[in-house]
Write a protein that binds this ligand. Structure first.
Ligand code: ATP
Ligand code: MG
Length: 336
């Protein structure tokens, strides 16, 4: 059987190296397996749940995210790219699923809880934000996805979808497919930010973006957090927690050279500027070709939007089919 896989991103900014190692590279692998059918969704409706007063931030980033996808080599011949808001069936499914989930259950979702804290909503949680786990269930089930690649923090979302699937199939009839999560390998944790503080994240301003110019990447690497006690070149330095070596471990291909550099750094006599120059080279080898492709695609934004439109139309047909099955199962497909 073919796997149906749904994944995507909120268009709240450009994609960075964290996204690249944490999810985009995995998508490149998945697209090349003929047993996989991939849907990649630009989740603008979800982004609007906490950006309602700033819709321009969301709409303007749709093209940016699509350019990032194409730049890294995700292929519209193999993947269906869609924009969430252009498929009204997804919102309609959400209305029906909401009746299967209690407010108490939504309140207990640990990811939503943490995000409500982090976003400082207090008593003013937007209702749309509060129910976004239900909206995710609609996205996943509309395409009958059986696999959903997710980070550890998204586990509760997947569980919510599984519960809705059970409840629906039990209450009405077996229409929905229960999705399984595909989790990142244990050793592939989160890429930290260039400041060494937590993970690389759009909202923390500690990222290197796929679209960054070579100059910007170089500047960011030069400002990277290393070993604060490694003051003079001859001082012994620490490799652990030193972002330059963390990144070299993730992006470097010459493992032998990296081990030598580590030893030299630990002994003393190897300066930060030297290792940073090497990291710039290593990152450039990966980012250079991506940047060039991105600039090519950026010359014709209409064509990129065309790819998203065609994908959305194709996806809508699938979602409409599922919605009809759902309505039939509920006994509300009055006219068909
Ligand atoms: P925001 O600051 O708006 O939360 P973000 O930069 O943290 O944005 P998300 O949109 O939250 O990015 O991330 C989407 C997905 O990308 C995550 O679920 C994860 O799979 C992957 N990802 C994001 N940042 C990293 C990272 N630093 N390391 C590894 N994977 C990451
Ligand atoms: Mg995040």
């Amino acid at each position: 059987m073919k796997n149906i896989i749904l994944t995507g991103d909120r268009p709240t900014g450009q994609l960075h190296l964290g996204h690249y190692v944490g999810s985009l590279k995995n998508r490149l692998m998945m697209q090349d397996d003929p047993n996989n059918k991939l849907y990649i969704m630009v989740a603008d409706m979800q982004a609007l749940t906490d950006n309602a007063k700033n819709p321009e931030k969301v709409s303007s980033n749709i093209l940016q995210v699509a350019l990032d996808y194409l730049a890294i080599g995700l292929d519209p011949e193999k993947i269906t790219f869609l924009i969430q808001s252009q498929i009204p069936e997804l919102a309609e499914l959400t209305m029906y699923y909401m009746n299967l989930v209690s407010v108490g259950r939504l309140r207990r979702n640990p990811t939503v809880k943490a995000e409500i804290e982090q976003k400082k909503f207090g008593e003013s949680i937007p209702t749309g934000f509060f129910v976004y786990p239900i909206s995710q269930a609609s996205d996943i089930t509309a395409f009958k996805a059986n696999l959903v690649p997710v980070g550890e923090d998204q586990k509760p979302m997947l569980e919510q979808t599984q519960e809705i699937v059970h409840s629906f199939n039990h209450t009405y009839s077996e229409v929905l497919v229960e999705p399984k999560g595909v989790f990142p390998a244990k050793n592939m944790g989160r890429l930290p930010g260039i400041d060494g503080n937590g993970k690389m994240s759009k909202s923390l301003g500690n990222g290197i973006y796929l679209a960054d110019s070579a100059e910007t990447v170089a500047k960011k690497v030069m400002s990277m957090y290393t070993d604060p006690n490694h003051i003079h070149v001859e001082d012994p330095g620490q490799v652990e927690g030193n972002m330059v070596f963390t990144y070299l471990d993730v992006f470097g291909t010459d493992k032998e050279k990296i081990e030598e550099l580590k030893e030299h750094y630990r002994r003393g006599g190897l300066g930060d500027v030297k290792i940073k120059r090497y990291l710039i080279e290593v990152l450039e080898a990966e980012l250079g070709p991506i940047r060039t492709r991105r600039e090519e695609f950026a010359k014709d934004p209409a064509e990129v939007m065309n790819i998203l439109q065609k994908g959305s139309q194709e996806a809508q047909k699938v979602a409409a089919n599922t919605l009809l099955e759902v309505k039939k199962a509920m006994g509300i497909a009055y006219f068909s």
